[in-house]
Design a protein around this ligand. Structure first.
Ligand code: HEM
Length: 438
C-alpha cells in the first residue's frame, strides 16, 4: 500500500522516474506531466509515492516544511544509498554540515589557491583538456588538501584517491539513475572496492597526522575517533572524510565547469573577470549555476502533514515524498529565463522576478531552512577559480554545438553529456597563435 494523499491530486500514470525505467530526458518527463495534469500531481515509483508541486503556494509551502515532518536528510540518504554503500553513512561523527566552522573558509580558499597553482603547473604551456575533468580535479585537490590529511592531495596517493572517489561518487545516483539497478545487482562491488582504496590511503594519513598534527579539519576528525583502537579509528576517520568529500565537492566541480564554459564563450565577460571585476564574476557563477540546476528538491514525509498547494490542502501520510524540480521553474522561456544574463543578480538575490508566481520559483542554492550553507564559500571559490584560469590561459572551445546536460539526470547540478574540450595556451607565450591546431 502506498502512502495516502488526500485529496489525491491527478496521478501521472504515464510518467516514469529514471530509476524505474529508461527515460530520454528526466526533466522533460516531469514538465510533460505538469503540462498535462497541472501544477500539483503524483507520480508512483515502485512502492514509493511522489507528490510534485510547482504552484506558487505549493513551492512556498514546500520550502517551509519542518525537517521533523518532512526530512531532507532522509530523502538525500534514500537517494544516495542507491549508489553509496550504507556503511559510509552509518556511525558518522563529523558530518558535512559542520564543514563551515569559524575560520574554516579561509583555510579552504587557501587550499583552493594551491590547487589552482598545481593545476596550471600540471597543464604545462599549452594543450587540450576537458572542462569537467579539469574542474573535478581542482575540486578533488582542494577538498582532499582541506580535509584529507597529510599527503592526500599529492602524487600517487592523490591520483589513487581521485580514481576511487570518482567510482564511489554518490552523485551518480541522480546523474545516472538508470545505472542504479546494475549497482544494486552487483552488491555495490565497485563502490566497496573504491572505499577500500580510500580507507587504505586515508588510514595512513591518520598515522602521519598523529605524528605531526596541524592538518586543520582532518585533526578534528581524528580527534573525534581518538579513543578507538587504531584499526577502528583509521576506518572511522576515512569514512567521515569520504562522506564529507562526496557530499560537498561534486556539485561545485560541475557548477564551476558550466561557469567556465559560459564565461569563456562571452569574451567581454571573460575580459572583465580577468581584469578583476569580482562582482561580475560572482554574478556569472550564480547565473551559470541557476541554469545548470537539475536539483530534485525532495523531502521524505516522516509524520502526517498538511501541504497547502493553493487549490487544495493535501494531507500526506508518512512514507511519501514531497518534491519540486528546479529546472522546471528556473528556466521559464516565456520570461527569458532560459538565457544566460549575469545582470539578473544583485549580490545573492535573483532580481529578475517580474512575472514569477513566487520569488522562490527560481534559485541557484535553495531557499529557506535547508538552503546551502556553503553558498558564500562556493561562490567565492568558483569566482576565484574562474579568474585564475582565465588569467593563466587563453582558452578556446573545441566543441561545435552547445554543451548539453546528461538527459537522464534528476538532481544536483548538470553533468555534461559529451566531452567539452578546450584548447589552452599560457598567456604571455605569444610565439604561436592559439588558433593553430595542436
Ligand atoms: C556550486 C555548488 C553548490 C550548489 C549549487 C549547492 C546547492 C545546494 C542546494 C540547492 C541546497 C538546498 C537543497 C534542498 O533544499 O533540498 C543545498 C544544501 C546543502 N549544501 Fe550545497 N551546494 C553547493 C556546494 C556545496 C558545498 C561545497 C557544500 C559543502 C559542504 C555544500 C553543503 C550543503 C549542505 C550541508 C546542505 C544541506 C543544508 C541543510 O539541510 O540544512 N554545498 N546546496
Amino acid at each position: 500500500m502506498r502512502p495516502a494523499v488526500v485529496p489525491l491530486p491527478p496521478l501521472a500514470t504515464e510518467a516514469r522516474l529514471p530509476w524505474d525505467a529508461e527515460v530520454d530526458d528526466a526533466v522533460a518527463v516531469i514538465e510533460a506531466a505538469r503540462a498535462r495534469h497541472g501544477d500539483t500531481f503524483v507520480v508512483d515509483s515502485g512502492r514509493d509515492r511522489w507528490v510534485f508541486t510547482f504552484s506558487a503556494t505549493g513551492i512556498d509551502s514546500f520550502y517551509a516544511l519542518p525537517e521533523e515532518e518532512a526530512s531532507k536528510g532522509v530523502a538525500d540518504f534514500l537517494m544516495l544509498r542507491r549508489k553509496v554503500p550504507e556503511e559510509v553513512f552509518l556511525d558518522r561523527r563529523i558530518l558535512p554540515g559542520t564543514l563551515f566552522g569559524v575560520g574554516d573558509t579561509p583555510t579552504y580558499l587557501a587550499r583552493l589557491e594551491e590547487a589552482l597553482d598545481r593545476t596550471v603547473e600540471e597543464a604545462g604551456p599549452q594543450g587540450r583538456l576537458d572542462v569537467f575533468d579539469l574542474t573535478r580535479r581542482i575540486a578533488h585537490r582542494m577538498g582532499l588538501a582541506s580535509w584529507g590529511g597529510p599527503g592526500s592531495a599529492d602524487g600517487a596517493a592523490f591520483d589513487a584517491l581521485v580514481e576511487a572517489f570518482d567510482r564511489l561518487d554518490g552523485a551518480e545516483s541522480f546523474v545516472h539513475p538508470d545505472r542504479m539497478r546494475a549497482v544494486a545487482a552487483s552488491g555495490h562491488a565497485a563502490e566497496r572496492a573504491a572505499l577500500t582504496v580510500i580507507e587504505e590511503h586515508l588510514g595512513s594519513a591518520v598515522d602521519r597526522a598523529l605524528a605531526d598534527p596541524g592538518a586543520g579539519l582532518f585533526d578534528r576528525i581524528v580527534a573525534a575517533w581518538a579513543a578507538e583502537e587504531p584499526a577502528v579509528r583509521a576506518r572511522g576517520v576515512a569514512r567521515d572524510v569520504a562522506l564529507i568529500h562526496i557530499a560537498s565537492m561534486s556539485n561545485l566541480a560541475a557548477a564551476l565547469g558550466w561557469s567556465f564554459i559560459d564565461v569563456l564563450t562571452r569574451p567581454a565577460v571573460a575580459d572583465a573577470v580577468r581584469d578583476g571585476d569580482d562582482d561580475l564574476a560572482a554574478a556569472a557563477v550564480r547565473e551559470s549555476t541557476r541554469l545548470a540546476q537539475r536539483s530534485l528538491m525532495a523531502r521524505a514525509v516522516l509524520r502526517p502533514l498538511r501541504l497547502d498547494v493553493g487549490d487544495a490542502v493535501l494531507e500526506i501520510e508518512p512514507g511519501a515524498f514531497v518534491a519540486t524540480l528546479l529546472p522546471v521553474t528556473n528556466r521559464d522561456p516565456s520570461l527569458g529565463h532560459d538565457r544566460w544574463d549575469a545582470d539578473r543578480w544583485v549580490r545573492h538575490r535573483f532580481a529578475d522576478t517580474a512575472g514569477l508566481t513566487t520569488p522562490r520559483a527560481v534559485t541557484a542554492f535553495g531557499h529557506g531552512r535547508h538552503s546551502c550553507p556553503a553558498q558564500p564559500f562556493a561562490v567565492t571559490a568558483m569566482s576565484t577559480a574562474l579568474r585564475r584560469l582565465l588569467t593563466a590561459w587563453d582558452v578556446e572551445p573545441c566543441w561545435s554545438g552547445q554543451p548539453r546536460p546528461v538527459p537522464a539526470q534528476i538532481g544536483g547540478v548538470a553533468r555534461a553529456a559529451d566531452p567539452c574540450e578546450v584548447r589552452y595556451r599560457r598567456r604571455g607565450d605569444d610565439a604561436d597563435p592559439l588558433g593553430t591546431p595542436r
